[in-house]
Design a protein around this ligand. Structure first.
Ligand SMILES: Nc1ncnc2c1ncn2[C@@H]1O[C@H](COP(=O)(O)OP(=O)(O)O)[C@@H](O)[C@H]1O
Ligand SMILES: [Mg+2]
Length: 217
């Protein structure tokens, strides 16, 4: 059982894309998964509603939770599911802080063109604080929307930039997602990109990420 958070202080970086895909892939692997939407914008819940209305199998339970009771609710829900996937909204929200306090792992998507060390330093501070309550917490950064043009080397540039900072609590995962329309189109149908089945490269990238997040567990 694990509680895995997709979060970060910036909006539009791919938190919901990662959370919904991981939830669907866990369900495909036979896990009883709960997708916990803590973002008041409700994008993950909307995805789950589209999925339900289209009668897509496997079914995925999704609930919205906000505010102070979040940590207690997650601890309570943890006993009832194999896996909990939390989608935490942008901004330095209360939900992000509570979720960091109860998660085993946190993944922070970052886009190369939005990549700024300042935001990551803030995340590192939040993680350090959360570790005071939850010393099991491990936090990772995932590159998302990396240029799909192989002649653009922004992934290596971003990795070098990241490594030069020597973060104490954040590490960069090897898997990354490139900027592909498949991630948007599959989401519109309430699917993961692996269920959408129309882009092998996108599927491969998401499988690699899944392997890093849940492999060997
Ligand atoms: N790798 C990607 N390639 C193309 N579009 C993407 C990718 N990741 C996310 N998007 C799109 O970018 C927008 C914001 O992503 P989303 O996951 O909703 O971000 P967040 O939850 O962090 O606000 C959505 O329209 C989503 O479909
Ligand atoms: Mg979102």
């Amino acid at each position: 059982m694990s509680v895995v958070l997709f979060g970060g202080e910036k909006g539009g970086t791919g938190k919901t894309t990662l959370a919904t895909n991981m939830a669907a892939m866990l369900a495909l692997a036979g896990k009883d998964v709960l997708l916990l939407d803590t973002d008041r914008q409700g994008t993950a819940s909307f995805w789950a509603t589209v999925r339900e209305e289209a009668d897509v199998e496997p079914k995925i339970s999704c609930v919205q939770k906000f505010g102070k009771g979040l940590a207690t609710q997650v601890r309570d829900l943890a006993g009832r599911y194999d896996e909990i996937v939390i989608d935490a909204g942008g901004r330095d929200s209360m939900e992000l802080r509570y979720a960091l306090g109860v998660s085993d792992r946190a993944y922070i998507p970052v886009q190369p063109f939005q990549f700024d060390i300042w935001t990551l330093q803030q995340m590192e501070e939040l993680v350090e604080m959360a570790k005071g309550l939850n010393d099991e917490l491990k936090a990772f950064v995932v590159l998302n929307r990396v240029s799909a043009n192989p002649s653009v080397h922004e992934d290596q540039e971003t990795r070098d930039f990241f490594n030069a900072e020597d973060f104490q609590y954040l590490s960069l995962v090897d898997a990354m997602l490139r900027d592909r329309i498949a991630f948007r189109k599959s989401a519109r149908d309430g699917l993961s990109v692996v269920e959408w089945k129309q882009d092998n490269k996108a599927t491969q990238e998401m499988n690699q990420l899944f392997e890093e997040v849940y492999g060997g567990r």
